[in-house]
Design a protein around this ligand. Sequence first.
Ligand code: SF4
Length: 294
Amino acid sequence: MPGQIPENLRKKVAERLAFYEDLGIHFFYRDRHPEAILQQGEPVESVEHPVRPTQIAHQEPALPKIPLRPGLPKAASIGPSKVPPLPLPAAPGPSLFEAADKIAGDTLLRVREDLGECTRCKLYKHRHTIVFGDGNPKAELVFVGEGPGADEDAQGLPFVGRAGKLLTQMIEAMGLERKDVYICNVVKCRPPENRTPEDDEVSTCSPFLLRQLEVIAPKVIVCLGAVAAKTLLRTNRGISQFRGQWLDYRGSKLMATYHPAYLLRNPNAKGEVWKDLQKVMVVLGLQARKGKPA
Ligand code: SF4
């Protein structure tokens, strides 16, 4: 009979509501077309619902606010356009930002001295040279990669191998030179066989990266690849979910894009990276020198 809910369906709905209440969701909207539920035999949700309980239950928690670097305006106020923040889930673990906050009057030289001939993590066993970072200590633009490769390990400089040459091309296409920007990595020693740095290596080494960024205080940080992005954003999400979007990092604007080494394997992705870098150019007021990099 129209208007009556069968007992089995009533029971199902009651169980579902109890489940949502256990999740802390106590408010629901009544469907204006209960006939639809009765016809299908299962609870369905009206398209007229402004918010559905199922949506609430699956919402990602927002990225915890990364503290603003003292003395800097909010990233969203830098540049010509207002950039909406992207909600990202937080990765568990202690805050890496507290250490950086405590060091007043820090300099890149002091960070390098504190790093010393570091043996804090197991990567020291295989390295020839610590690759600290290179470029303009007052750069408006910082590129952060993952870790040194074989060429970098041999020369003690970041991004000097094949991937580095591609990065240099991209920087020049943006109307800059390498000496205008600062380039560094999350880990300062080469992982064996160029493997991805492990969590303990990242957590041990990255406070030095954070201090570098605190000292330089760039307008824009470009994360090259997932490791850099995940480290700075404290997220476990895949980079494809937020690549190309503006995010906040302690008063700097942060753009995550693909690593040049990935582009060497997947040249078709170069166009996407170039689009990301063009957004960076707009914020920094740069004119393309050579157009899209080869
Ligand atoms: S990767 Fe970083 S923490 Fe590990 S040994 Fe090298 S400098 Fe030290």
